[in-house]
Unconditional design. Structure first.
Length: 131
């Protein structure tokens, strides 16, 4: 009697997409009157998918996103968040480098003071503690 074990593995394709822009998605309505920065601005995402997949994966299919809680960002000024990627159907994210991004809240400048208040100094913005 002969026994055999057969292991069948699906052939997978793998590819790393570099310099993908990180987008910010707001969990609420957004932050009016402010500018947001994200660092890093671009990341690399590695993907895998079955070799038999009919449609090839392109950089346009991959959207790195950080989900921002606007109220928390407004209160803290800076948040470090995990970068997320929703993979196209039939694909899998195997790595995101770097895995986190820092989002910074920058309130817009107040309007220029009028001529009658030229001698008054504007209040200094609150100091931010390093995180």
């Amino acid at each position: 009697e002969i026994r055999a074990i057969i292991i069948v593995e699906e052939m997978m394709e793998e590819k790393t997409f570099s310099d993908l822009p990180v987008r910010i998605d707001h969990k609420s309505g957004g932050l009016n009157g402010a500018r947001l920065t994200v660092a890093p601005e671009k990341v690399s995402v590695s993907m895998s998918w079955p070799a038999v997949r009919m449609k090839t994966v392109t950089a346009e299919d991959i959207r790195p996103i950080v989900y921002v809680d606007d109220e928390k960002l407004r209160q803290e000024g800076t948040l470090t968040l995990q970068i997320m990627v929703v993979p196209p159907d039939g694909t899998k994210v195997t790595a995101i480098e770097p895995p986190n991004a820092t989002v910074t809240y920058i309130p817009l400048q107040a309007p220029e003071p009028s001529a009658s208040s030229e001698n008054e100094e504007a209040p200094a913005p609150p100091a931010q503690e390093p995180r």
